[in-house]
Ligand binder design. Structure first.
Ligand SMILES: [Zn+2]
Length: 253
């Protein structure tokens, strides 16, 4: 595994902020986790996962501390100033330097959030449930930086080309839109599928809509579909039993 196999956030923030998403390339795990799986909860051999994590750590500054999450598709935010045991939450926020905030995903949307001046960072794991129930809003509300000084990079997630959902999911989002004025824009994030009663949902568009509503206009990323790109990404929707990519952000001391 080399850092050249990793996708770094391409955004206009302080150069002291490092944010990246790993791909499935360059690890030691075997099918169906081939090869750079970083998750311990998916059935992969734990020694291989440990070796994969070690490969990544070797290539980054040794003084970094790593905070991992037990993700539950909820909307809780872990605010940390020192790395510790695995926490149950779907987002991590810190103002400490050298503290790597980690979420894992394989289709769910990872969002990197940073104060453009480099003082505060967060990473969010947004599955559709967390996205609908407010994991983005909760995370932003815990940040001390004003929304006009925040930037967001959208990491690799399943694209609207492959994320088919039922009417129930769409209705859940519409009901949770917040303000009635947002409903038409939310409806536009769901396009009728070729299958009757189904919709193709655009997680990136939903996230952009929610971020804009919060007053965040520096939004980039969102160019990948994890389901389409079998060579580069794990996809839960495509493969069921599979690995997870890591999405990590930290402030360099
Ligand atoms: Zn696709």
């Amino acid at each position: 595994m080399t850092l050249s196999q990793t996708i770094f956030a391409d955004w206009d923030v302080s150069p002291t902020i490092v944010a990246f998403s790993t791909t499935r390339l360059g690890g030691l795990s075997e099918s169906p986790f081939a090869s750079f799986n970083l998750a311990t909860h998916v059935g992969d051999d734990s020694q291989r996962v440990a070796s994969n994590r070690a490969l990544l750590k070797e290539q980054l500054p040794q003084q970094l501390e790593w905070q991992w999450l037990d993700q539950v598709h909820g909307d809780d935010v872990a605010v940390v100033n020192k790395a510790g045991a695995t926490l149950t939450a779907d987002a991590i926020l810190t103002t400490s330097s050298n503290l790597v905030c980690c979420v894992q995903a394989a289709d769910c949307l990872p969002l990197f959030v940073a104060a453009v001046d480099g003082t505060e960072v967060a990473v969010i794991h947004a599955g559709w449930k967390g996205l609908a129930s407010g994991v983005i809003e909760n995370t932003i509300s815990r940040m001390s930086t004003s929304t006009s000084s925040l930037a967001v990079f959208l990491g690799p997630a399943i694209g609207s080309c492959h994320f088919e959902v039922g009417a129930q999911v769409r209705n859940y989002f519409l009901a949770a839109s917040g303000s009635p004025s947002l409903v038409p824009a939310m409806e536009a994030c769901f396009v009728c599928s070729k299958n009757p009663g189904k919709y193709m949902a655009d997680l990136y568009a939903i996230a952009r809509l929610k971020l804009s509503a919060l007053g965040i206009d520096k939004i980039s990323g969102g160019a990948y579909c994890t389901h389409c790109d079998d060579d580069k990404f794990f996809s839960y929707r495509r493969d069921g039993v599979t690995g997870r990519m890591l999405n990590a952000i930290y402030i360099e001391a």
